[in-house]
Design a protein around this ligand. Structure first.
Ligand code: ATP
Length: 350
């Protein structure tokens, strides 16, 4: 295994800059998720790392070895030692699980004791029973197939594993258990991995580092909690979760806005846009402390609920609260902000 370093990589298709000057470092043995909307360049970035595409500028290195760019002849995909796990359909339907996993190993070792031991080790790693080795892919669930695809990619001990939306075809419950099993397998083998997804929950819950892409550019890369609580701009905030963005006026550590006075993550002054997560908005049902508003809509999810409130001045505010005791449309509530709030210069200001 080795680290992965992408430096100033650009790739265009005609007039479309699919990947635009992207710089990203994935430390050895760590897990990065690349999060972005459809068409932002995620798959193109993976294909550049795998060697299926060549960057027009910039460089890609595995550890100290440059595999593309910097005037170095591009290393072909088969020589890069990259494991690739696609969305679905990656397994050979006519081969059993053991043969699928062994396919990643050198031809001469597949039928040896060492090859068979490696297959058994990989099955164990992805938490599948040993007797699954004789099953064909159509005798496995979608989640089990993706675990076999991961086992195959890990069998030859790749430098880096790339996962392209590997859970997108799975239903919600299988998605959670499969992604956690994959995460454990990657951790156990200390594998450097990059997973692309447009699913915010997946990106935040799995990774050591989340890299957010927008229109070909990398707009933020940071640990999940930093991306969620301190997004680099309000658009990132709204992409990685629900956000209430309000205009306000800052003075040092505080700002005032339609929700009253809030405490800032960093001192600021003058006009700002304030980013407040809905779960930071405390909904008081019984007291009159806070800013008064009327409940317009409640979406009940069981464990929690989303409460849409209209303040007296007309400002809409979304709050998220526990589902145990919640208001109903038409109720009067009082809102106040808890925790720290991130302030941004309003769009268009110098
Ligand atoms: P999705 O989540 O929908 O898979 P993505 O973020 O992976 O999207 P890419 O597939 O990398 O996005 O595409 C980025 C941009 O490059 C898009 O505008 C796409 O139309 C364009 N693009 C990708 N591959 C090609 C190609 N081979 N030829 C022309 N344009 C391409």
């Amino acid at each position: 295994m080795s680290s992965l370093t992408i430096t100033g990589v650009t790739k265009s298709f005609g007039t479309t800059r699919a990947v635009d000057d992207v710089t990203l470092h994935v430390p050895h043995g760590s897990f990065t998720t690349v999060l972005g909307p459809s068409g932002c360049g995620k798959t193109t970035l993976l294909r550049l790392i795998a060697g299926f595409l060549v960057p027009e500028s910039g460089s890609i290195a595995f550890g100290d070895t440059v595999v593309a760019g910097d005037g170095v002849r591009s290393t072909p995909p088969q020589a890069r030692r990259v494991g690739y796990v696609p969305q679905e359909g990656a397994l050979f339907p006519h081969l059993d699980v053991a043969a699928n996993i062994a396919f990643g190993l050198p031809k001469e070792s597949r039928a040896t004791t060492g090859g068979r031991d490696r297959v058994a080790e990989m099955l164990d790693l992805v938490e599948l029973p040993a007797d699954f080795r004789h099953r064909r892919p159509d005798e496995l669930s979608g989640g089990q197939q993706q675990r076999v695809a991961l086992a195959r990619s890990l069998a030859p001990q790749p430098a880096v594993v790339l996962l392209d939306e590997p859970f997108s075809s799975l239903d919600a419950s299988l998605r959670g258990s499969t992604s956690r099993a994959v995460r454990r397998a990657l951790e156990a083998t200390n594998t450097t991995a990059l997973l692309v997804t447009h699913d915010q929950n997946e990106a935040l819950s799995l990774a050591d580092q989340v890299a957010v892409m927008r229109a070909g550019r990398l707009v933020q890369s940071a640990p999940p909690s930093e991306v969620y609580l301190s997004p680099s701009d309000p658009q990132v905030a709204e992409f990685v979760g629900r956000a209430v963005v309000l205009p306000g006026t800052a003075e040092d550590a505080h700002a005032t806005c339609a929700l009253g006075q809030v405490v800032l993550t960093e001192p600021a002054s003058g006009p700002v846009s304030l980013m407040i997560r809905p779960e930071q908005v405390y909904v008081d049902l019984t007291h009159d402390a806070g800013v008064r508003g009327e409940v317009e809509e409640v979406s009940y999810y069981g464990h929690d609920c989303a409460v849409q409130v209209r303040l007296a001045d007309g400002t809409p505010v979304l709050a998220r609260m526990a589902g145990v005791l919640h208001p109903v449309p038409g109720d009067t509530v009082h809102l106040r902000v808890t925790g720290l709030v991130r302030a941004y210069r309003p769009a268009g200001s110098p």
